[in-house]
Write a new protein. Sequence first.
Lengths: 308, 258
Amino acid sequence: MGENGSMIHARGLVKRFGDLVAVDGIDLDVRPGEAFGFLGPNGAGKSSTMRMIGCVSPVSGGTLRILGKDPASDGPQIRARLGVVPQQDTLDFELTVRENVLIYGRYFGLSRRELKPRIDELLDFVQLTERAGDKVEPLSGGMKRRLTIARSLVNDPDLLLLDEPTTGLDPQARHVVWDRLFRLKQRGKTFVVTTHYMDEAEQLCDRLVVMDHGAIVAEGSPWQLIQRYSTREVVEVRFENERPPNGVFDGAAERVEELPDRVLLYTRDGDATASAVGELGLPPHSTLIRRSTLEDVFLHLTGRTLVD
Amino acid sequence: MDSVLQPLRAYEHWLAQYKRVWRGTIGTSLVNPVLYLTALGVGLGTLVDKTQNPPGGVPYLDFIAPGLLAAAAMQTAATESSWPVMGAIKWTRTYHAMIATPLTERDAFLGHQLFVLTRVLVSAAAYLAIIAAFGTVSSWLGLLVVPVAVLIGTAFSMPIAAIAATLEDERGFVTIFRFLIVPMFLFSGSFFPVEQLPLAFELVAYVTPIWHGVELCRMLTLGDVELVAALGHVAYLLTWTIVGFELARRAYRKRLLG
């Protein structure tokens, strides 16, 4: 643990690739037991930050301490206590489910004898016991992800790093993965997740930072961020053919975002705003009143949507 | 201690994979030598041996047997160090899995090379058994062709791993095999003495590591070792190994730690 008790401690952290600045001076502290998220679009610098935290990418500038140690000098010792779920699978498709965890456990220097019961337990946890003897190749995307999660837990890590854990999975498979991660959270595991899905961040994270262009643009719990950067409710209106002239809704809501396919009206009272729109004499094709999400926070902070 | 144990843990990964296919590869390692020795050594050799001046002054079968063994070591090392290295970086991402653990990029590299050299060692031992069965090994020194084959292996596998860790796509390998490995197989003293080549090509042959490997293996199986020349060949193969090792280590670091 660091001097201030942080699992991850960063000040002015920078990652450069030639002239490109991928991470532009970020400050972070992740506390024990916290579920911490990086939310941002592709290219925001989330994965570069994750790779530095995972001690597989040298820091270009600033300070970084993981579990109180310096990745530049103590990489292997730090990695011995991390669990990593990378964005792209690194499973061995030729080996069985069980062998994948076994070989990965051997990388940590764990003996086959101590691995045996641990593998049984982990495969049970990710609900893959019945597939233990099967090759990995034909498994579904969700099963492969769960196997990767089982593998990342083989060394009973102090800190779990999950880079886009459910990207590319169908909704049902995502929920199974979330359920497993939620159980880990309940057991008090500290983990860091990157995602460009706001529902994922809302489901899993106690606290998160919004990243854009390599910088942190906001920080807080999902609820705090919504409160600070959005309104309680949002009215989404869509028009069939003709778009109403710009600025026509300005009086109807606290803030208006005009997107190519819809207009978002940020308001405390969705019903009142919706009826105010009706009275403008421009009947919309559809009107939806919903609660604010992190998507709205992101739109407000960056002027762009999260998933293009 | 870790610097020894950790590459062995990476090596275990390759062994676990090999466990599924080893029977097939051993079969190939036994059948190929028999085919080559029968066709070239016995078939073509009968004609060659009728000439006034057979190469090396020995039966043609005895001449080519150690050359074929050396060339096989080169080919195994080159093949196992090219596509599989690129695959572990780009396709299966095996190295990325390794370096997320206490293993370093150096451990990933050494562990893989240990496996490549295991393959070279096993196939060279099989080759030696076959050429001995054909009666071409006339000295106990012939047993030393197995470690020499491993040395030929490192002289190729290290630089090729460096190239594989640098290349963006696999097209480069086709070029390497077509313009370097295959010509070396054909023209570097396995099938006929390089003195037969036009002078410019003869000089090129002396630069290739395989010529040194072939000469060394031939001295050993024929039991006719010139110590100074032999040590020179070993030193030359070691030079390629050491330079290749250093280049590969840097290439791995650059590629895996972005």
